[in-house]
Design a binder for this molecule. Structure first.
Ligand SMILES: O=C(O)CCC(=O)C(=O)O
Length: 438
């Protein structure tokens, strides 16, 4: 570990072999395959290229809290239909796999995450991506510093880049300019949201400011790695990857971490201002440490499931299992939204304890209301049962009265029959005496 930290500090990147086991690699690849299988290309016709920005619509800008699909250049024909199979046409998927996909969440928030080892005290994760680098035409990624796109002050941004297939010179491994992270953000070159967008002159939703650096002046070093390897990347180290010229793909999963106490630029393409739902999502997963490797929520509640299907077109079965966790999530989201609405300029980080406390109190209140309601229902049920048994007793009593009445009526009838007989006997003997007397 010491070597890795030394490498990281000296070169701005470090390689850790065998970071992921074969089953972990497979789980990510299968999860990604399923996402693509479920995706309808007609709904996601956005091309991603780092050379020419063609994602000038809000499909990209609003992808921060969703699972969205970005295609390679040249894969659509004139009619707007895919020329090739969708599985070999994608450039990448982004940018909330680490939140919305249980498999990616598990790897991202696992005990293996080295954040603490590389001196990030309280890391949050603003984005994640699955990059395909398709055989033959997987596009190059131009030389850059991640800080150009993910600007924070101080710049405590670290990328975790995990090879899910061997990354070679032919299929487009990463290249680094070792030590280039020590000179800050070259030319203060930044990619920011276009404040004029949608602009009349057709300019893109994301524009650049500062001076474009000449990264070619650096000495470049290719870093081919075996599948399962992790490359930890300082947010300021200059790096790139070439076009894939081979027959083999180069799938990778990458996510970025930023120190929570650093000030995230409001002008970054991805907004993480307080009132944004997506940040609530990330904060929750990170701050409450819910999606931990041992208890990753796999089966969200129906409400979250709806949200998931809306955001990434995927639903999960058996919603009861994680209902409680997601119930808390809904309350938390609600409280954070209300707070964000009341204080739009406040940062989440400085108010998170207030919000978490409010969420816990609301949660406790809701639980109390549910318990009170249950109690009411149970009392009503008890009363109902008592009345029911009373009615039952009344019925029995009534039936008893009926039987008694019948018995007594029978006896009375017999008695009156005897009386009638006796009366007619007395009557006829009186009649006899009278006749004799006459
Ligand atoms: O995977 C690649 O080819 C480039 C990735 C990269 O530059 C990044 O994630 O910052």
């Amino acid at each position: 570990m010491q070597n890795i930290i030394e490498d990281f500090e000296k070169n701005g990147y470090a390689v850790i072999d065998d970071f992921l086991a074969e089953d972990e690699i497979q789980s990510l690849r299968t999860a990604c395959h399923e996402l693509v299988e479920d995706m309808n290309p007609n709904e996601h016709k956005t091309v991603f290229s780092t050379i020419k920005i063609t994602h000038g619509d809000d499909y990209f800008l609003t992808s921060g809290d969703k699972i969205r699909y970005f295609f390679e250049e040249g894969v659509f024909n004139e009619d707007g239909n895919l020329k090739y199979d969708k599985h070999v046409s994608l450039n990448k998927i982004g940018h909330a796999l680490h939140v919305l996909s249980p498999e990616f969440r598990k790897v991202t928030f696992s005990d293996k995450n080295l954040a603490r080892a590389i001196n990030l005290k309280d890391p949050v994760i603003p984005q994640s991506m699955y990059i395909f680098k398709q055989p033959k035409f997987g596009g190059a990624v131009i030389p850059h510093q991640d800080g150009t796109y993910l600007y924070a002050e101080p710049m405590k941004v670290v990328g975790m880049w995990i090879a899910l297939e061997d990354a070679t010179l032919e299929n487009g491994c990463l290249w680094f300019a070792p030590g280039s992270h020590k000179c800050g953000l070259y030319g203060n070159y930044r990619s920011v949201r276009n404040p004029e967008w949608p602009a009349k002159d057709g300019s893109s939703s994301v524009i650049y400011e500062g001076t474009k650096p000449n990264y070619d002046e650096h000495t470049w070093k290719p870093v081919p790695v075996k599948k399962g390897s992790l490359i930890v990347i300082d947010g300021l180290v200059v790096h790139k990857s070439e076009r894939n010229t081979s027959e083999r793909s180069r799938h990778i999963y990458t996510f970025h971490m930023v120190e929570n106490s650093s000030k995230w630029s409001e002008r970054n393409w991805k907004k993480v201002s307080f009132a944004q739902t997506d940040f609530v999502y990330f904060s929750l997963s990170e701050q409450l440490k819910m999606p931990h490797s041992k208890n990753v929520p796999k089966t969200p509640s129906p409400a979250i499931n709806n949200m998931l299907s809306e955001r990434c077109g995927k639903r999960y079965d058996n919603p009861i299992k994680e209902g409680l966790a997601n119930f808390i999530l809904i309350i938390f989201t609600l409280i954070t939204k209300i707070y964000g609405y009341l204080h739009p300029n406040k940062s989440y980080a400085s108010h998170r304890y207030w919000i978490i406390s409010c969420s816990i109190i609301s949660f406790a209140l809701i639980v109390l209301v549910i318990l009170a309601y249950q109690l009411l229902i149970w009392s009503a049920f008890l009363l109902h049962s008592i009345l029911y048994y009373f009615a039952y007793l009344f019925c029995l009593f009534g039936a008893g009265l009926g039987v008694a009445g019948m018995v007594f009526f029978d006896k009375g009838a017999k008695a009156s029959e005897g009386f009638d007989k006796r009366a007619s006997e007395v009557g006829s003997s009186v009649r006899d005496h009278v006749q004799k007397f006459n």
